[in-house]
Design a protein around this ligand. Structure first.
Ligand SMILES: [Zn+2]
Length: 350
């Protein structure tokens, strides 16, 4: 008996000229144990053939190369699929698409490359995570919410904090950084709920993708973790197996690239700093590099001036790669959609 349900909209299901790759994809979607998959062509979706039942997740192909309707792509279908307000919608593409720091498609939760999901277990995990989030939110019952009372917010959010595996030291700021609409949605008075009534789960997935996982803040990706520890990427890669226990193991970790908890890395360095040399945040990367055993060649250097002590990551205009950079050698990029403590890479003038 299938336990979970998936809706897939893909043009390879409509084309008679389907090439073998597409047949493989059809087999892939129909092979998933425990997941009942409904597959539709874009034409069928446009003709309102989407069943009115609940789905755990919707996957939509981005590029309809084989569709008779050449004017449409996956993003056009968001309005139709959004009628299922509590079903997350992911857009997927065959092409190489860098999702790091990328803007997400409008009205959808995520953009994934097909290769990210070309393993049935990952889809299965993803759906289990979505269910877990739904059930945690349904266990949070609020009459009213005082968002200034952080201690009681933390208490109420316990089921959700546990799903993320949030360290105790981060709990208060973690809850404060989540979109306030979530708490409004959970209260009885939903009169002032914006966002077209999207569910707390969907708002949380968007927040995860755009802020928690997509930005420097509570979690750090490889370049950010290396920069934070005052070392270069090569040295970080050599020692990262020793940092395994500080990796993010919470919701959606299997379908996203690796992250490390900043606060856990920080406490580890303080533990290693037996001489108590760290007196200020300025000292931190210097001492961190030393206690981790970095030599002169292993220390992080600014991409612009080549000197030590870069305080941030930055990127050149129109480039995806990020590099360690000094504040003085780069410019801040203002992004009003981000709330503290999340930041995006700075801009480096080339
Ligand atoms: Zn510099």
């Amino acid at each position: 008996m299938p336990t979970y349900s998936l809706l897939v909209i893909d043009d390879c299901f409509s084309s008679e000229k389907s090439i073998p790759k597409h047949m493989a994809r059809r087999r892939f979607f129909s092979s998933m144990a425990n997941i009942e998959t409904v597959t539709l062509s874009p034409e069928e979706a446009l003709e309102n053939a989407i069943p009115k039942r609940h789905f755990d997740l919707t996957l939509i192909d981005f590029d309809f190369k084989h569709s008779s309707r050449s004017e449409i792509d996956g993003t056009n279908l968001s309005a139709i699929t959004r009628r299922h307000k509590d079903t997350p919608v992911y857009l997927y593409s065959d092409g190489l698409y860098d999702t790091s720091y990328a803007q997400q498609p409008p009205n959808m939760e995520r953009f994934v490359s097909y290769s990210d999901f070309a393993n049935a277990n990952i889809i299965f995990e993803e759906i289990k995570n979505i269910r877990a989030l739904n059930s945690s939110f349904s266990n949070i019952k609020l009459d009213r919410v005082d968002q200034n009372d952080i201690s009681s917010m933390v208490k109420l959010s316990r089921p959700v904090l546990d799903l993320f595996g949030c360290p105790a030291s981060d709990e208060r700021s973690f809850v404060a950084s989540m979109p306030s609409e979530i708490w409004s949605l959970l209260t009885k008075d939903q009169s002032a709920v914006p966002n077209g009534g999207l569910s707390p789960t969907i708002l949380t997935i968007r927040w995860f993708i755009n802020s928690l996982h997509g930005c420097e803040g509570f979690l750090l990706d490889e370049p950010a973790a290396a920069r934070f520890l005052g070392i270069n990427l090569e040295f970080f890669n050599r020692i990262k197996s020793s940092l395994k226990r500080f990796e993010y193991k919470g919701l959606f970790n299997k379908s996203n690239s690796k992250r490390w908890w900043l606060s856990k890395l920080q406490s580890y360095i303080y533990e290693l700093d037996k001489e108590h040399e760290i007196q200020s945040s300025r000292d931190f990367p210097v001492i961190a590099a030393r206690v981790l055993g970095a030599r002169a060649d292993d220390v992080a250097e600014c991409i612009v001036c080549g000197k030590e002590g870069p305080e941030a990551l930055g990127r050149f205009k129109h480039e995806i790669d990020v590099h360690p950079v000094h504040f003085r050698c780069s410019r801040v990029q203002l992004d009003n959609s981000l709330q503290s403590p999340f930041t995006r890479p700075r801009l480096i003038e080339s």
